[in-house]
Design a protein around this ligand. Structure first.
Ligand SMILES: [Zn+2]
Ligand SMILES: [Zn+2]
Length: 284
């Protein structure tokens, strides 16, 4: 398409702007005070919100109940979602910091799809808070940590595993805080099947799709140990459930799951409809 002179001037001007001000906030477009440290401005980082709904005590699914009232009446065990009641997962607890939306979604997209490794830093800081809350709920601070693996071809294409980058940052963060012994054991778990996009599949479809996708390549790294599985986003839990299953089978004493973001059920349903019209690969 031919550009009018006005458009040419504008695009040259845009180039100048981006050359001289390379650090615009990737969420709001506003200026960054310090370019290169985080892709979001302070304002947008401040606006990232921790989940506030009443959550399933096991997997973190939002429950449509008034938590306090419910707990008082039926006890904490009552705060379980129906999938956790019907088919309890083999992990102890899965926790996520915020909802997968707005600035959070932007940060994860930058890290996963745009090669902006700097996005791992704020995500690692948020994951540290998730780990502290898991530790308050019984998770030991001495753990083998495993980032959910990508299929090797996908990792070669991306250049890194985004969850392993988040683990690097969280390890740094908690080393400074003290009191934690985290041993990265990413190689212990391997993804041996490319499960394609999980997007648009139902929860049971996802579970079927993931059967046999992961193997424990180094059982000695997990046998008898408590393992923390780290992923960027928890969608239906099919990945966490399948990884926990094979890790437990290989002798892991307990498996805990920490993710930065959580997609709640109504979001997943909404994406299912969007997926029909788009070929985007969301999962992994
Ligand atoms: Zn911003
Ligand atoms: Zn649950």
């Amino acid at each position: 398409m031919l550009k009018s002179p006005g458009q040419i001037v504008r695009s040259v001007f845009d180039d100048l702007i981006t050359t001289f001000f390379p650090g615009d906030c990737r969420a709001c477009g506003g200026p960054l005070l310090k370019a290169g440290t985080s892709p979001l401005c302070n304002e947008c980082v401040r606006e990232l919100r921790e989940q506030s709904a009443t959550l399933c005590v096991r997997c973190g699914e939002a429950l449509d109940v008034d938590g306090l009232h419910y707990e008082r009446q039926f006890g904490a065990e009552a705060l379980l979602c129906s999938p956790c009641r019907m088919t309890p997962p083999e992990f102890e607890r899965a926790a996520a910091w915020g909802l997968y939306e707005d600035g959070m979604r932007e940060l994860i997209h930058l890290l996963k799809y745009e090669g902006v490794e700097g996005a791992a830093k704020p995500l690692g800081q948020l994951l540290a808070r998730v780990m502290v809350s898991l530790a308050e709920g019984g998770m030991p601070r001495d753990l083998a940590v495993i980032a959910v693996p990508l299929f090797p071809a996908k990792q070669r294409l991306r250049g890194y595993n985004q969850s392993a980058r988040i683990v690097d940052e969280v390890s740094e963060e908690l080393r400074r805080a003290g009191g934690w012994t985290l041993r990265a054991a990413h190689g212990a778990l391997r993804r041996i099947r490319d499960t394609e996009s999980q997007f648009g599949l139902t929860a049971s479809g996802r579970r079927r799709n993931l059967r046999g996708a992961f193997v424990v390549a180094d059982p000695a790294a997990v046998a008898g140990r408590e393992v923390l599985l780290v992923d960027d986003i928890y969608t239906t839990g099919a990945t966490a459930r399948e990884c926990a299953r094979v890790l437990r089978q290989a002798g892991a004493a307990k498996v805990w799951v920490a993710t930065v973001a959580r997609a709640q059920r109504e979001m997943v349903a909404r994406w299912g409809a969007e997926a029909e019209a788009s070929a985007m690969h969301w999962e992994q």
